[in-house]
Design a protein around this ligand. Structure first.
Ligand SMILES: NC(=O)c1ccc[n+]([C@@H]2O[C@H](COP(=O)([O-])OP(=O)(O)OC[C@H]3O[C@@H](n4cnc5c(N)ncnc54)[C@H](O)[C@@H]3O)[C@@H](O)[C@H]2O)c1
Ligand SMILES: O=C(O)[C@H](O)COP(=O)(O)O
Length: 468
């Protein structure tokens, strides 16, 4: 439970607490949430008032999985207490640590299951410093008033570039030639080595990464076809195909860029390998569950598949080290023995550019949420924003009431807020959860506590936060 403190700290207007809302960290056309909403235009001249949920020194943040320095700096600058670990944590250790924190920052390895989140009594927000959010129980988090943010496209280009590199590397058997020469063996061959110009790339999942890859592949003279459950605009001269079977039958290179969902589990299995062209190639930089690995091993052994590149695996170690053995995944040694198979340790998004941009994007989203309650960009909550309070609004507070989306709640909330002047208010819902944000004036310190307690006593209440 997040209780408002009643002492207003003297440093509340410190400039270091300013959160940039307009800073753009990506060139994606879908980045609308990074721009100020229309209510910001004609911006008020007065300085923004920096809200405090309670003494910021008390905000505890746990950052796992080597979150980039850019993100760490943004959070430290706020005066939050930040604990930083390079690796992920096993469930028992995670449970121990998460009990104590208000914010957790993770990447793709840390599993925030209902079992873990149940223990996170103080947690208000989760930052996924990556694209994927499949490692978090998003519904459980929403039902318990915990917002989740990610970085939806800051590493898309990095993944697309890796895949382009792999297409050429597989076509020319680069991995094998390089390994051989590292062992002193000169093996100059052209058999089974191809140019990629004129070949067909089949992209499964034409989202941020798939579509970016499409543009790059066409620039190398490839023909591009794609399969997606959504009807999407084709970039360049690429073509959407009606089903997966058609793509597999036509593509020389097949590459997977779908999220981890029940429907995408092992979507490339024995039947799909059968449908692929003999001598074609498979690339998976999406999630390890998307490709049935024993079926891939069979397809490579029979020559049906001439080469493959894997960046992701059903089980991945928590940190770096000598872990890629059968005790991690039962077929690991079989994979290691195959020719023309590029194995990389989930590095698709691991570039300086991507990690630095993700650190800024997610770091700023966390600060906006903690300090101002803004949910723009949240993946499991309605998106709510209000114009910032200014220093002129000295006796104003911001009320955030996360509640069950059931009839009659707003009437009760407005009765509670009714003794004050509600300057502005916004409510939105997403599924069973609704999010109300209201700026009210003429509130003294005792009034803050009363409001908090009255809102908390409503049956529909999931979480109340008061910022001032
Ligand atoms: N290897 C890495 O380091 C790395 C980095 C970033 C992302 N990823 C993974 O790549 C995935 C894709 O990323 P993105 O940013 O392009 O996601 P995205 O959401 O922009 O695009 C995913 C596309 O897949 C489509 N899709 C969903 N289910 C499908 C199905 N059953 N069949 C066909 N298409 C389907 C969606 O309609 C969407 O167009 C992420 O979810 C993440 O798991 C991996
Ligand atoms: O979801 C993602 O963005 C990618 O899988 C990268 O994950 P990572 O940040 O753990 O490398």
């Amino acid at each position: 439970m997040v209780l408002p403190a009643l002492d207003i700290p003297a440093d509340r207007a410190a400039d270091s607490r300013r959160v940039s809302i307009t800073r753009s960290v990506s060139t994606s056309p879908t980045a609308t949430f990074m721009s100020p909403p229309s209510s910001f235009s004609g911006a008020r001249k007065a300085s923004v008032k920096h809200l405090k949920p309670f003494n910021t020194g008390d905000i505890k943040i746990l950052l796992l999985e080597n979150v980039n320095q850019t993100g760490r700096d943004i959070l430290l600058k706020q005066g939050y207490q930040v604990e930083f670990l390079k690796s992920s944590l096993p469930e028992d250790k995670l449970i121990e640590k998460i009990r104590d924190v208000h914010v957790i920052g993770i990447r793709s390895k840390t599993k925030l299951t209902a079992n873990v989140l149940r223990e996170a009594k103080n947690l208000i927000v989760i930052g996924c410093f990556c694209i994927g959010t499949n490692q978090v129980d998003l519904q459980y988090a929403a039902d318990h008033g915990i917002a989740v943010f990610n970085s939806p496209f800051s590493n898309s280009r990095s993944v697309a570039e890796l895949v382009i590199g792999e297409i050429i590397a597989l076509a020319r058997q680069l991995g094998d030639r390089s390994n051989e020469l590292h062992q002193g063996i000169w093996n100059k061959v052209s058999k089974g080595c191809w140019e990629v110009r004129g070949k067909t790339l089949g992209i499964i999942g034409y989202g941020h990464i798939g579509s970016q890859l499409s543009v790059l592949a066409e620039a190398m003279g490839m023909s591009v076809i794609y399969y997606d459950i959504v009807n999407l605009m084709a970039l360049g001269t690429s073509k959407q195909v009606p089903d997966l079977g058609v793509l597999l039958g036509e593509a020389d290179f097949v590459t997977c860029h779908v999220p981890e969902l029940p429907e995408t589990q092992r979507m490339i299995g024995p039947k799909q390998f059968e449908q692929m062209r003999t001598g074609s190639y498979l690339i998976n930089a999406s999630r390890g569950s998307v490709v049935d690995i024993p079926a891939l091993i069979d397809a490579m052994r029979t020559g049906k598949v001439a080469g493959a590149a894997l960046d992701v695996y059903p089980n991945e170690p928590a940190g770096n080290g000598n872990y890629f053995h059968n005790d991690l995944n039962t077929w690991a040694e079989d994979l290691r023995s195959l020719k023309n198979l590029i194995l990389t340790p989930h590095i698709g998004g691991s570039t300086e550019e991507a990690q630095s941009a993700i650190g800024i994007e997610v770091g700023e989203a966390l600060v906006r949420y903690v300090n101002e309650g803004v949910t723009l960009g949240a993946v499991n909550m309605p998106e709510v924003n209000l114009r910032s309070l200014t220093l002129e609004d000295s006796d104003h507070i911001r009320v955030i009431f996360i509640h069950q989306n059931i009839p009659g709640v707003l009437r009760k909330v407005n009765e509670i807020l009714g003794d004050h002047n509600v300057d502005k208010q916004m409510t939105d819902s997403r599924g069973d959860v609704a999010y109300l944000m209201a700026d009210i004036s003429n509130v003294d310190h005792n009034g803050v506590r009363e409001l908090y307690e009255e809102l908390e006593s409503l049956n529909s209440c999931i979480k109340t936060r008061i910022l001032y």
